[in-house]
Design a protein around this ligand. Structure first.
Ligand SMILES: NC(=O)c1ccc[n+]([C@@H]2O[C@H](COP(=O)([O-])OP(=O)(O)OC[C@H]3O[C@@H](n4cnc5c(N)ncnc54)[C@H](OP(=O)(O)O)[C@@H]3O)[C@@H](O)[C@H]2O)c1
Length: 327
């Protein structure tokens, strides 16, 4: 699988990374329902076996559960096959329903030690501020990451969910290695300001939820969305509820036809669409089983044709209009 340098960092990432949010399970506010642990570990190993060279996780996913499973997969893979590991700090679970937003230095230093221990590593390859909250503390949080890099606890540092104004504030302190924004056919806002700014500043971009949490796999219908268990946070996501879900599924049906005509799956088309942007280093693709990994991995090496892109733009325009009418 092709790799691309992450901004001006020392990391070279495959065009798809393994996303570990869902494997954190269902026992917390932003969970994804029940997750079989062995399947999760097998999924990571399968991803690496098939060429994916990096894994994204976060301390808060399942209150450490995702990092623990990533750590078990790393152990099984052994040092020779160890993928690049990215994790995040700044969201601290007080109890499964209460997530604190903390960017204070001491908290981040403690979070880093806990992540290293769960992952079984001496050094985290990419350490990211998960959210720019509270806004007034982003400089303090970023300063802590700079110190951790200088101490060798982390190799490269980046952020997630920050806007251009916040990126500029951090750039004045220390160059931002990467940004992790949401970006997909259903949530395309990053292309307005964020992607151009990162391109101009040579900040690496690793996009999250490229299939919008599974909606762009074609395996959702209104009934499945309406019967998601309470332990799956998508049951509370407006994009999975009426009136939005019907509009998104309308787009999904049209995109399925475009995908079929070029011999790919909808998920592959959705990921290839994210990767078409030159600013994007890699798409983080979430999976809960080896089968899901194998169904999306081919997208890393696919280019969309000019005709596909024109058709997709027309469908996006119709989707925007339909959303306006529905709201
Ligand atoms: N920085 C942040 O704030 C942030 C936020 C969100 C995500 N992320 C990162 O980005 C990663 C990816 O985003 P994401 O997990 O939200 O969404 P995603 O990659 O768009 O979708 C992943 C979900 O789609 C479903 N899926 C995957 N492959 C499938 C297949 N072949 N067929 C059918 N369904 C399939 C699975 O859920 P089901 O099987 O349950 O449907 C899976 O959990 C995360 O894991 C995380 O590492 C970061």
């Amino acid at each position: 699988m092709q790799t691309k340098q992450l901004g001006n960092t020392s990391l070279h990432l495959t065009r798809i990374g393994f996303g570990s949010w869902a494997i954190g399970g269902g026992n917390w506010k932003f969970g994804w329902g029940h997750q079989d642990e062995q399947e999760a570990i097998d999924a990571i190993v399968t991803a690496v076996d098939h060429g994916i060279n990096w894994v994204d996780t976060a301390a808060v996913y399942g209150g450490g559960q995702s990092e623990i499973l990533v750590g078990k997969a790393l152990k099984r893979l052994g040092s020779a096959r160890r993928p690049i590991v990215a994790t995040k700090c700044g969201r601290v679970m007080r109890d499964p329903e209460t997530i604190d937003k903390v960017l204070k230095r001491e908290s981040i230093i403690a979070e880093c030690e806990a992540s290293l221990s769960r992952l079984g590593l001496d050094c985290i390859d990419l350490y990211q501020l998960h959210w720019p909250e509270p806004d007034e503390d982003i400089e303090e949080g970023w300063g802590a990451l700079v110190d951790l890099k200088q101490q060798g606890k982390v190799r490269e540092i980046g952020v997630s969910n920050h806007n251009v104004r916040q990126l500029k504030r951090l750039q004045a302190i220390f160059p931002v290695g990467s940004l992790q924004p949401p970006y997909s056919l259903i949530a395309p806002e990053a292309e307005n300001e964020i992607l151009p700014f990162c391109g101009q500043e040579n900040i690496g971009v690793v996009c999250y939820s490229p299939m919008y949490k599974g909606l762009l796999t074609g395996k959702f219908n209104v009934e499945r969305a309406q019967t998601l268990p309470a332990s799956d946070h998508r049951s509370r996501d407006a994009r999975f509820q009426s009136p939005q879900i019907e509009v998104h599924l309308g787009l999904v049906e049209c995109l399925k036809n475009v995908a079929q005509q070029s011999g790919r799956s909808l998920a592959e088309l959705a990921i290839a669409w994210v990767l078409r942007r030159p600013e994007v280093t890699s798409a983080i693709v979430g999976a809960r089983s080896p089968a899901q990994v194998l169904e999306t991995i081919r997208a890393a090496d696919q280019d969309l044709t000019a005709t596909d892109l024109v058709t997709i733009e027309q469908l996006r325009a119709g989707h925007r209009q339909a959303l306006l009418h529905a709201s």
